[in-house]
Design a protein around this ligand. Structure first.
Ligand code: BGC
Length: 751
């Protein structure tokens, strides 16, 4: 009975979708029958509407272009009034009144800024990340935005690459779940005006740029693509993402923007992507530098490969008509791309109401933006992203009393808390710095002695380029004296040190992962005072912290947490909340180990991860062991968790892995129970560990829970180089534990 009701409901749903599709088809067909070729090409053109620039500047005289039907979408214009004015031109002045799609990089919040995506992933809290995306969509959608260039799901294994900050770390399984959560959060079912269309990026493999240098070459086997890099893109497509952005890099020697195999065969035919594909900023023009040809030629290649919209190169706008006349592209190919763009506008409801994202009154907007509720959600998630790396002698949490010396360049900044993508940042006085938040948390019961202590970094290329502009330049010696004086008077020293918020992100690659020298020498001096000392490590990427690991008793990675970062740090620092973040990116011992990641293949001459001895003719280094400083999945708590004996039950090819976990410490908190597998013998070499399941559980102190994780046949399968999923019977190691290193293992045979 239940089952038949389910099928009736399913049929009803399918029918209503196909009725909607038919309506959409009829609408788009009718509209397209009235469009000229140049109007169709206009729909494929995306340019900045002014205001913010994330790529090269350009003067577009946007209004005129919109009126002439030469623009289908704009990006980088902010503010509902400006957007409404442009929309009005599109609707009232252009011949067919086709509304504009309005895009922006809403990556980790709009006005309420959430932690950078890498940090968010460390929460392993999918519901909270989905909620963050929903809030971002709500805030952006009342300010004119209908389309966000998120989620960025590029797997990144090299901490030198600045854009590691924008993704979810190194794991394809976790990355896939996060990708789906974000698509759900932004889009919902797109029926509400408070939903916006997501854009999956950067398709594909952008995170694998050589040497961690942005925009650099990528070259990899298909086996690796399908198994390690493609899963999050595929997962987002399965979640119904409305659009996809191609990447700047080559895939198999062809530009991702003009790669028919990548776009048509894999994305559309194999995964069933139904939406439209946009290039990244200026990609069609950049193809000339890659050595493919001129703008006209590249535009033909891109369109023929299945790229629908041209971001900022004006290649389609300026050359496609001529290419049609010359027979290099067909009208049918242009129609196909135009149809996909119009369908996106239809799905967003823009033909019903082009102004649905531009409410008229400011009160209406304010009711949705930077609200107490949104900020509370951000504060909660931010606290969950912090990863406690060391806590010797249970130094943390601190008591809310006494004198606390807060020292370091990140201690009293607000702009410096936000992280890489916040083009719509709120006024910097609208939210507190860490110093202000700490004063408030202490509420007169203790005193904060603040000193910047040093310049954030020595004056070099980074500073000259304007990085960390919001941290004042100070007289180094004077600042040092002040900091030491404050520290001498204090009961405890809290260092707010590390990177500047803009040391990571697009085009911000680095070759050093240690703390900048100015801060490091101050940290040495502060540690030498022999007082309790806590390091809050601000970072947009993994940090090398060898000296700190040895000499600083308490270290917590706080990343860049957004507008609520100050209060969130205090929540955890003073024990109102317990740290529960777990690393989603491996922390190396040395930049020379990169790329370093837990789910690597084995070599024929493996060396133990923590082997202190160098072994000749083994796969290892002279200077350091192979293992990381802190492994994937790692994170401490104020409490402790004991794992009992694991069990694996097999029901055919379905496995149930269970383990009792006890909160054996003094605080209630979350634990992330992680399950990994290894395929022992296979046609292709498989990684030494692969995350295949996890459970984030809340345990009260003293409580025990038996956690069960189901593994299906698919969890034990792998893709071949043609993208076909295979299961090979045989032996598997099944592992479970609190991180990727400290696991218990059971070998089983699955037939
Ligand atoms: C970035 C994209 C971004 C686009 C639009 C590009 O430079 O690579 O991630 O969405 O600009 O701002």
């Amino acid at each position: 009975m239940k089952r038949s009701l389910f099928f009736i409901a399913l049929m009803g749903f399918a029918l209503s979708i196909s009725a909607r599709d038919q309506k959409m088809d009829a609408f788009v067909n009718k509209l397209m029958s009235k469009m000229t070729l140049s109007e169709k090409i206009g729909q494929l053109n995306l340019q900045p509407g002014g205001d913010v620039t994330t790529g090269g500047a350009m003067d577009t005289q946007v209004g005129g272009m919109v009126a002439r039907g030469e623009l289908g979408a704009i990006l980088n214009t902010t503010g509902k009034d400006k957007i409404r004015a442009l929309q009005q031109i599109a609707v009232e002045k252009s011949r067919l009144g086709i509304p504009l799609l309005v895009g922006l990089d809403v990556i980790h919040g709009y006005k309420t800024i959430f932690p950078i995506p890498l940090a968010q992933s460390c929460s392993w809290n999918l519901e909270a990340m989905e909620q963050a995306a929903r809030i971002a969509a709500e805030e952006a959608s009342v300010d004119g935005i209908s389309w966000t260039y998120s989620p960025m799901v590029d797997i990144a294994l090299d901490a030198r690459w600045g854009r590691i900050a924008e993704g979810s770390g190194e794991d394809p399984y976790l990355g896939s779940l996060i990708a789906q959560a974000l698509v759900r959060g932004y889009q919902g079912d797109l029926s509400s005006p408070r939903n916006i269309m997501a854009c999956l990026k950067h398709y594909a493999l952008y995170g694998a740029v050589e040497a961690g240098r942005d925009y650099n070459t990528v070259d990899m086997s298909h086996l690796r693509m399908f198994n390690q890099y493609f899963p999050p893109y595929k997962a987002a497509v399965e979640a119904g993402v409305g659009s996809v952005m191609s990447s700047f890099n080559l895939v198999d020697g062809q530009h991702a923007t003009a790669n028919r195999w990548l776009i048509d065969d894999v994305l559309r035919k194999t995964w069933g992507f139904q939406g439209f594909l946009v290039t990244d900023y200026g990609s069609i023009a950049e193809m000339t530098s890659h050595g493919f040809g001129d703008l006209k030629h590249n535009s033909v290649l891109a369109l023929k490969a299945g790229t629908d919209m041209d971001m900022c190169a004006q290649g389609y706008l300026k050359t496609l008509e001529e290419s049609v006349r010359e027979g290099k592209v067909s009208r049918k190919e242009i129609d196909q791309a135009c149809r996909r763009v119009l369908e996106a506008k239809y799905k967003l409801g823009l033909f019903d109401d082009p102004y649905r994202h531009c409410p008229l009154s400011d009160e209406e907007t304010a009711g949705h933006t930077f609200t107490a509720e949104h900020r509370q959600a951000a504060r909660q998630l931010t606290a969950e992203t912090f990863v406690l790396l060391k806590n010797e002698g249970n130094l943390l949490p601190l008591k809310k009393e006494g004198k606390i010396a807060l020292i370091g360049p990140n201690g009293d900044t607000t702009d410096g808390l936000l992280g890489t993508w916040c083009v719509t940042r709120p006024d910097s006085k609208a939210y507190p710095s860490l110093r202000e938040a700490m004063q408030q948390a202490l509420a007169g019961r203790g005193e904060v002695l603040y000193s910047q202590g040093c310049n954030i970094a020595p004056y070099g290329r980074m500073r000259q380029a304007g990085a960390s502009w919001y941290i004042p330049e100070v007289d180094g010696e004077k600042a040092r004296q002040e900091a030491l004086a404050a520290a001498r008077q204090a009961d405890v020293i809290v260092c707010a040190m590390g990177e500047g918020a803009d040391y990571s992100g697009e085009s911000h690659s680095r070759v050093t992962l240690e703390m900048p020298a100015t801060q490091m020498s101050l940290l040495h001096e502060l540690a030498a005072l022999g007082k309790p000392i806590v390091l809050l490590n601000f970072a947009g990427r993994p940090t090398v912290m060898n000296w700190e690991r040895e000499h600083i008793p308490a270290i917590m990675n706080v990343w860049f947490g957004g507008t609520e970062m100050g209060p969130a740090i205090c929540d955890v620092l003073f024990g109102d909340k317990v740290p529960c973040g777990r690393l989603t990116t491996t922390m190396p011992q040395s930049v020379g180990q990169l790329p370093l990641y837990y789910n690597h293949l084995n070599t024929g001459r493996p060396a133990g991860d923590d082997d202190p001895t160098f072994r000749n003719y083994s796969s290892n280094y002279f200077e350091v062991s192979n293992g990381p400083a802190f492994p994937f999945g790692f994170g401490l708590s104020y409490t402790t968790f004991q794992y009992g004996q694991m069990q694996v039950e097999a029901n055919g090819r379905q496995l149930t892995v269970s383990v009792p976990v006890t909160n054996s410490g003094a605080y209630d908190s979350y634990e992330v129970v992680q399950c990994y597998i290894r395929d022992i013998a296979c046609r292709y070499s498989r990684p030494v560990k692969e995350l295949k399941g996890f459970r984030r559980i809340f345990l009260k102190k003293g409580e025990t829970q038996t956690v069960s994780i189901q593994l299906q046949q698919e969890s034990l399968s792998w893709y071949d180089q043609d993208g076909k999923l295979f299961f090979e019977p045989g032996e598997f190691d099944i592992m479970i534990g609190p991180n990727s290193r400290d696991v218990q293992t059971k070998r089983i045979s699955v037939q």
